[in-house]
Design a protein around this ligand. Structure first.
Ligand SMILES: Cc1ncc(COP(=O)(O)O)c(C=O)c1O
Length: 563
């Protein structure tokens, strides 16, 4: 009798435990964003199935089933643009060609500027090159002497203008010259940097690293060490560097096993944080406020016009406040990854801008005055790398070049200048200025009947397209021809430095509008009632299925080929 009761009790306990586990699992599934980006494993599996195929010259201009007259118009426009590139960027392209086969990064970025079906034909005709000679004000100059307005922002490093960084590097180098590249010990400038970083972050300790990726790695390692929990939470679409655990989807050959990717700005995600006991930290990249749950918008994935972005400051602030509350309640380390937005939104970074405090904050990109760096600031209880009571239980982190004197020197100059009046003035009415510029440009584009708009988070912009089209990625080439330099992600990310004056911006605005007019005039934005984002996706999917099923010619597509 007693034995049976014990068995029943044991079964009931095991049953309850299994039920609880199932409930947690279901809760986790419910907190994933419904897109492929939200399902890392599925995304990797899907990516492995995508076959290579490309359009031949005939199909290239008719990928949306446009009539022959439109295709001819596009062809003429394309060839005229190609001729202009050939003449205008000749030297720069030649230099690029000389090293192309030897630089893996160059091959990758040039291949993935546009959707792969169009890539080879575009590469053959638009050789703008990847070399620059100089920078000045808000412009860069290539090897052919072309001055281009810089909209790349050097991946976000350039907040205050290239001349500012040249000064930081030159003066900073002067400061540390006597010590030179001695590593391990600190140059005295590091002491000032630490003091200022603590002021900026409102936190208690600092560690220096060589890149943003490493600063994030260290934040996660420390969070795991101090909480004795395994999992990191990142939000769907957010970039935190290229380290495996924070890049669980496409691009990483291994699945990240100790990462939960949850839906951004979602109650279901908060429920997971409230109920699981295995979460060490939550990583927030505030840049996602511009496009929650969507990855960095590059033109290589611009299949149609579904790109979407909108910044809701109040909504995102409320979200961060909720995250803060749940992390405090559950003793989860809240990490703001400000490698991108730090110092761009406010002198005190995203913490100041949104009025929410994190337990750890990473900085990078701009903070070393133009030299490579990663910084982690955190509360003391999370930054300690050892335990007094268990001396062998340490959390290791080193790096040969951490706190390199030249980096520290340049950072010193950056942090000092941050306090000066001319730099403070750049932050005054920052959003009013940049939102106003975006609104004015949008109005002009609308008035001209062009299917292009911009969305912005302060000085970080993305171009969105308002009419279904398969050719939006062509816009980057018209922009370049109009003298605007974009990074390899094309129109997905325009980054302005804060030293853009109204006159500079007016010129950029004029060029964007005229580039859009030229592209419009060449027929790329032809539209028809049956051409919708959905029909475009369906058509591409059909092409992929056909390409997988057959290696022979499909309609106007050329045979799949392996390059
Ligand atoms: C938010 C964020 N975190 C981390 C990184 C990685 O920084 P790094 O490229 O210096 O390794 C980046 C880079 O773009 C970033 O935007």
């Amino acid at each position: 009798m007693v034995k049976t009761a014990i068995l029943y009790l044991a079964a009931a306990i095991i049953g309850a435990m299994l039920l609880r586990k199932l409930q947690l699992r279901l809760r986790l599934s419910a907190a994933k964003h419904r897109s492929l980006t939200g399902h890392s494993r599925m995304a990797r599996r899907f990516a492995a199935l995508v076959p290579f195929y490309e359009y031949d010259e005939h199909g290239f201009f008719r990928a949306d089933a446009a009539p022959d007259a439109i295709a001819a118009q596009r062809r003429a426009g394309f060839m005229a643009l190609a001729a202009l590139y050939q003449q205008r960027f000749a030297k720069t392209a030649l230099q690029t060609a000389e090293v192309y086969d030897a630089i893996s990064d160059l091959q990758f970025t040039s291949r993935y500027r546009v959707p792969f079906q169009f890539s080879r034909f575009v590469r053959e005709h638009f050789k703008a090159g990847n070399f620059l000679d100089s920078s000045s004000g808000v412009t860069v100059t290539d090897l052919d002497g072309n001055r281009l307005y810089d909209l790349t922002g050097s991946y976000g490093v350039n907040v205050f203008g290239y001349d500012f960084y040249k000064e930081c590097i030159a003066r900073g180098s002067e400061r540390v010259r006597e010590l030179g590249p001695v590593l391990g010990a600190y140059h005295p400038v590091a002491a000032y940097n630490v003091k200022r970083l603590l002021q900026v972050s409102g936190l208690e300790e600092v560690s220096f690293h060589m890149s943003g990726t490493e600063a994030v790695m260290q934040a996660v390692r420390l969070a795991r060490y101090h909480t004795a929990r395994k999992y990191l939470v990142r939000f769907c679409g957010a970039y935190h560097g290229w380290w495996g655990d924070v890049q669980p989807g496409v691009g990483n050959p291994l699945a990240a096993r100790e990462t939960y990717t949850l839906e951004d700005m979602s109650e279901a995600a908060l429920r997971v944080l409230r109920t699981r006991r295995d979460i060490a930290c939550v990583l927030v990249n505030p840049l996602q406020a511009l496009h929650p749950n969507i990855g960095a918008p590059g033109d290589s994935t611009l299949l149609d016009s579904a790109r979407n972005a909108h910044f809701d400051r109040a909504g995102y602030t409320a979200w961060l406040q909720k995250l803060r509350a749940v992390c405090t309640q559950r003793k989860i380390v809240l990490v703001f990854d400000e490698v991108f937005v730090g110092f761009r939104l406010a002198p005190g970074g995203a913490q100041e801008y949104f009025g929410v405090r994190a337990d750890m904050v990473t900085y990078g990109k701009t903070v070393a005055g133009g030299l490579p760096v990663g910084v982690l600031c955190g509360r003391r209880e999370f930054m300690m790398r050892f335990r007094g009571e268990r001396p062998a239980d340490v959390c290791f982190a080193r790096g040969t070049f951490n706190a390199h004197p030249y980096v520290m020197g340049s950072m010193y100059e950056f942090l000092q200048r941050l306090e000066t009046e001319p730099v403070r003035a750049l932050y005054r009415d920052l959003d009013v200025r940049w939102n106003g510029r975006a609104a004015a440009l949008n109005e002009r584009l609308r008035a001209a009947g062009l299917p292009v708009q911009v969305a912005n988070l302060s000085s970080i912009w993305t171009i969105v397209y308002t009419r279904p089209s398969r050719y939006n990625w062509m816009f980057q080439y018209y922009l370049r021809a109009a003298g605007l330099a974009l990074s390899w992600v094309g129109t997905g990310r325009l980054i302005f430095s804060l030293n853009y004056t109204d006159e500079d911006f007016a010129e950029v605005e004029r060029r964007i509008v005229s580039a859009a007019q030229a592209m419009h005039g060449d027929g790329w934005w032809w539209s028809a009632p049956l051409l919708t984002n959905k029909s475009i996706k369906r058509r591409v999917l059909k092409e992929m299925i056909q390409a997988r099923c057959s290696s022979s010619s499909i309609g106007s597509m050329s045979s799949p080929r392996i390059k």
